[in-house]
Design a protein around this ligand. Sequence first.
Ligand code: FAD
Ligand code: SF4
Length: 463
Amino acid sequence: MRELVADKRTEGFNEVVSGYLEQEALSEAGRCIQCKNPTCILGCPVKIDIKKFILQITKKDYPGAYSTIRQTNNFPSICGRVCPAEYQCRRSCVLNKGKLAYCSPEAVNIHFLERFIGDYGMQNNLEVPMQPDGRFSEVKMAVVGSGPAGLCCAGELARKGVKVTVFEGLQSCGGVLRYGIPGFRLPREVLDYEINCLTKLGVKFITNTIAGKVVLLEELFQQGFNRIFLGLGAGVPSFLGIKGENLCNVYSANEFLTRVNLMSAYKFPEYHTPVNIGKHVLVIGGGNTAMDAARCALRLQKMSSIEPHVTVVYRRTLTEMPARRLEIQHAQEEGIKFKFLTQPKEFDSDDQGFVRQLNCLICELQDADESGRRKPVVLQGSDFSIPCDLAIIAVGLGANQVLTGATPGLKTDKYKDIIINSATMETSIKHVFAGGDIAGGEGTVIEALGMAKKAAISILQNS
Ligand code: FAD
Ligand code: SF4
């Protein structure tokens, strides 16, 4: 895949990966051997008919390929860019020669082909036609949260003629797709296009409205909504619980990325959102959030003429990092350093209360446990420190309890995720459904879409 060279891409927030030209897509699609038993489909959380859409590409039937993908995935241009395909469909491709948790380069680039078709759909305004069904004219739907789950549920129902209103706590819609994943991975135009399509279907968006604070669930019912879908995501950052984590210039990745992406700090001086940049940035964690935070921090340094110096601190090794492999590769190419087998112990401050260094311990990995993961154990006495004037903590996210805490009868599990009936996606409150990260813990975009679509089908079946 063509992409911007590392030096150019870190000058700003332009998209890194270019996308296939037609000839490239045809050549990649031609590598698919059209297996009798297409195991790739089993690897996709929403079971896209991958074999069929790739065959349609080889025949240049792009509208057909678009329609095949759209049967199970509402946002191919988005998933084609952010799906961790190397752990999913591509890992199950028979051309995959890898023995690791992720696929080898030989596997067909299914996600890039999906992106090619999604972008073809956008460029040619292909849409799944509305199929209004009179049976649903009495359904008045409130969707809370405008991340991928909320947007998908809204679109599925609006296409059947249901009146849908989306309530979003933030000032813009998109959830993590807007405030978390940076524009160099997912250009804002792609997300705006999808939201615009929903507006054209009649979906109404009400932003700056936190359900559970500004409006309670029971008030939504009183306002005449008779079905509710909760797509609240997992927006509360976890912390390390170590000394010095509340020092100045120690951010959660959530706050850092929100300031940069949602509040446009990266467009300084056009936007005045304050975000500190730092000369020695440490990012703690090994997932997509850590990679996004590190790559944003490095770009901000370069854009501010600061010598780039960003290090990712992770307590396991490269092999165990859960981030998409492409993101790790891009981070390395861009000059981000990695400090593996390193457990943070405490932050030290200067006399003004600003973070000055991270004290750490070296780890060793035990053999894999029953979950298949190798547990890090610290080597006592292996203390060392790393200088740092900005630290970003990216060690996981959990459920936001603003709405669940304000809604008696809405049952949650020990992680404060909403408990759903997995067959109907209904919660413990009748006519209230849920999907995405709030109903399954931190997951992926395509998993959120799959759950939301299932909820929409269930809402229609029970209306
Ligand atoms: P979210 O996207 O979290 O959306 C929830 C929305 O609900 C938010 O807009 C929030 O403001 C709103 N909300 C919450 N509570 C309320 C309330 N009470 N009232 C009103 N609105 C409310 N997945 C991938 O597949 N690939 C990736 O590359 C990838 N990268 C990621 C990078 C980052 C930085 C992060 C944080 C996550 C990443 N993920 C990735 C995970 C993926 O983004 C999530 O699994 C997905 O966004 C979940 O979708 P959702 O709709 O459930 O929740
Ligand atoms: Fe693969 Fe994701 Fe597309 Fe499914 S949605 S085919 S897992 S890239």
